[in-house]
Design a protein around this ligand. Structure first.
Ligand code: NAD
Length: 270
């Protein structure tokens, strides 16, 4: 266990927030959960409490304020929309104890973009997880004023839940591995949307190249196509380059409610 971090609040308990909770609860941490989808949160937290391997304590809360007030580390995992994250960071900063670290699990937004919304500019981090069970690694990146102490505490906590930290030395859109994955994803989407090849062809090539690893379109379906679209829009908003804009065909799929595995249909049908 980390010496400095004992209570962790997770704000936004969706696909990734759930995994962070599931991994953290395997150690003796206290976990506080908040999600605006109250029904889903209740089911998830009672399932988590009932699991045999659970060592930590889990509580769910009806307000963010209640969920963060005694936390040592707060991890935000709400949708990839900057304005939404800014709103939530403001609320967390006003309510959490002054020593608490606030981290975002954002896939693309540097935490420096949230600095203007908080007083505790030295206690901010990007902790970007991947699939916590299949790919146990997390990018850790500072804001412009993050202290060494905050960075070290965050890194030690990540290690304590058996996740390998990937140290980002200076601010980088996409961190370490997400930047690599982004380049692959962007080109795959362009090949498909441009009509150069069917998506199955791209995935087939990837599986041969990678000795049958999960292929890009299959992986995007797993992540959620709404999440993928928001992440790609975030890169586009940052660069302003037309080349970075996600294809309209991806937006059309999302607008039709086909979000990938979670809705039963995305690029593939489940
Ligand atoms: P998700 O849509 O599955 O989960 C988001 C959750 O946030 C939902 O449960 C939703 O009810 C909740 N929410 C929305 N607005 C809220 C609010 N105002 N207050 C509290 N809860 C709110 O999305 P996700 O895939 O878990 O992604 C969440 C974040 O994690 C994003 O920033 C994303 O970029 C990042 N991320 C996702 C993945 C992935 O594989 N999906 C990987 C790494 C990082």
């Amino acid at each position: 266990m980390s010496e400095d971090i004992k209570i962790i609040s997770i704000i936004g308990v969706g696909y990734l927030g759930k995994q962070i909770a599931e991994k953290t609860v395997l150690k003796e941490y206290t976990i506080r959960l908040y999600d605006k989808n109250v029904g889903d949160l209740e089911i998830f937290s009672s399932n988590l409490k009932g699991k045999e391997e659970t060592l930590g304590k889990v509580t769910s809360h009806e307000t963010i304020e209640d969920a963060v007030k005694d936390a040592d580390l707060i991890i935000e995992a709400i949708p990839e929309i900057l304005e939404l994250k800014r709103e939530i960071f403001k609320i967390i900063d006003k309510t959490a104890q002054p020593k608490a670290i606030i981290a975002t699990n954002s896939s693309s937004i540097p935490v420096s973009k949230l600095e203007d919304d908080v007083e505790r500019k030295d206690k901010l981090l990007n902790i970007h997880f991947y699939d916590l069970f299949a790919m146990p690694m997390a990018d850790i990146m500072r804001g412009t004023k993050t202290s060494d102490e905050t960075f070290e505490k965050g890194k030690k906590w990540v290690e304590s839940i058996e996740i390998t930290p990937l140290i980002v030395k200076k601010e980088c859109y996409g961190f370490v591995f997400n930047r690599v994955w982004r380049a692959i994803k962007k080109e795959c989407l362009k090949i498909w949307a441009g009509g150069y090849a069917d998506l199955e062809e791209v995935d087939k090539a990837w599986r041969i190249f990678q000795n049958m690893g999960t292929a890009p379109f299959e992986f995007m379906d797993k992540i959620g196509l709404d999440v993928i679209y928001d992440i790609e829009m975030s890169y586009f908003k940052n660069s302003g380059l037309e080349d970075d804009k996600p294809p309209q065909a991806l937006k059309d799929i999302v607008d039709n409610g086909n979000l990938g595995q979670k809705s039963g249909k995305g690029f593939y049908t489940y």
